[in-house]
Design a protein around this ligand. Sequence first.
Ligand code: SF4
Length: 472
Amino acid sequence: MADVATEDDATMYRAGTDMQMHWNAEARPAVRRGECPTLGKPMPTGDGLLARLRTRDGVLTPPQLRALALAAQEHGNGIVEVTARGSLQIRGVREETIVPLERSLKEAGIEALPGIAIEVGPLSGLDADEFTDMRPIAEDLRAAIADHEPLLVLAPKLSITLDGGGRYHLGDVASDIKIAAYRDSGGQIRHLMSVGGDNRTACRLAILEERQIVSSIMALLAFMASRGPSTRGKELDAAMLADLFHPDASLVRVELPTQSPAPAGRVATDAKDAVLGLVLPYCQIDSTSLATLADRLIEIDAGELRFAPKHGFFVTGLEKEKVEDVATLATTLGFWLDPKDPRQSIALCVGARGCASAFYDTHEVADSVLRHAQGLLDGSLTLHLSGCAKGCAHPSRSALALVGTPTGYGLVVNGAASSPPERYLVASELNSALEGLASLAMPSNETGHTVCDRLMKLGARRIAEALLLEKT
Ligand code: SF4
C-alpha cells in the first residue's frame, strides 16, 4: 500500500544512494565538483564514464556523425545523447577506451572545443528570422580569450550565449553571459547584454552595437577573473558593474522571447535547400540507428548536422525532394519529429536497460506515464524518471521525479533526484498514483493554468497527502 515516506523507506533509500556512491568512489574521480565532463576527462556515472563534447558552433558533417556513432559503439556502450544545451555525450566509456575514443574522433576531424562554452543559435546563418549571425563574433571572441594576457582563469562551467534571435533563439538557455539580438522600435538591430540567467531571469547590463560585443564580453570576463576563478554570472549585478556599464531605464523595456521550440520537424528557411529537425528519443539514440541515419545522409549528400538545445539536431542542405525520405527513415529509427510530442516533457536515464545502478526500467515507466497520465505532459514541466538517486538525465530540479529505490519509487516534488522523496510507492501502486497525479493537476473547474502552475500551487506535501487519501 502506498504511504508517505517512512523511516524504513528512507533507510532503504539511503542504502541505495550509498551503494551508488560506493560504486562511484571506486571509479576514477576524473571530474572535480564544479567541472564539466569532457572527452579527455569523462565523468563516472552508473553505466561507466560519460564523455561530453561540443564542436565548433555545434556542427558535424554526416561522415563525422557516422564516425562518432561507430566510436561510441567501439569505445562506449553505444548510447549517444544530446543534452538540453545541445552538447553531445557518449556514455559507457571505460578507462582504457578514453584515449582510443579521443583518437577516433580526432581522425574523423571532430574537434572538441576546450575551455569556456560559447554557444550560438543552431540555425545561425540559415534562420530567416535571425537578426545577427553570431558565428563570426563567436570566432572573434574565442581568439580574444585565447590571446588575452594574462591568461583569464575563469569558472570551468562558465558559458556565454550569443543569441542572434530568430525562430530557434536561445532565450530559454541560461548562461553566465548572454547577448541577445533584437530589433528596436526604430527598426535598428541591437544587442542586449545580461548576466546570470535566461532571457526571463538574467540581470540586464547594457545595449550594444554589434562591434561592441567582443570588447564588452572581454571586459566582463576580466572583471569575473579578478573576483576569483569560481565567479559565476549569477553572482553579479548591475551595481557591481557600474564602472563598466551604465544601465538605464531603456533596458527594462527591451522585449525578448523566452521560450523557443524543440528542434523537431520541417523548417522553413531562406536557404535553397531544406532543413529537418530531429529530436533524440528521451535524449538518447543507439549508435546503430545513428550510423544508419548518417549512412543515408552521406548517400544523399546532405549538408551539416547542427546540434541544438532540447536534445536534438537539424539536418541542413537537404534537397527538397529528399526531406520526406529522411523524415520517414528518422521516424523508423525512433527520432521524434513533432515539436509538440508529449514525450519531450519526460527526462529519463537509460535505467535498468543499461545501468547496473538502476532500480527500475525507466522506458517501461515512461510508457506507463503515456498510458495513465499523459495529461501531465502539457509541456509546462519536466517529469524526471531516474533509475536511482544520482539523476544523470536531469541533474537539476524538476517539477516531478520518480526515483528508483530498492523498494520501488520515491516521488520527489520540485526537487532533484537526490532530494528526499515526499512519499514512496511500490511497483503495483505506480499506475494509480500516476492517474491520481494527472487528475490533481487538472481540476475541471480551473482553466488558464498549466499543469506545472497547478502542481506548484498545491505544493509537495499536499500532493503527497492527496495521493494518500485517494488510496484509502
Ligand atoms: S541515474 Fe540512471 S544512469 Fe545514472 S546511475 Fe542512476 S540508474 Fe544509472
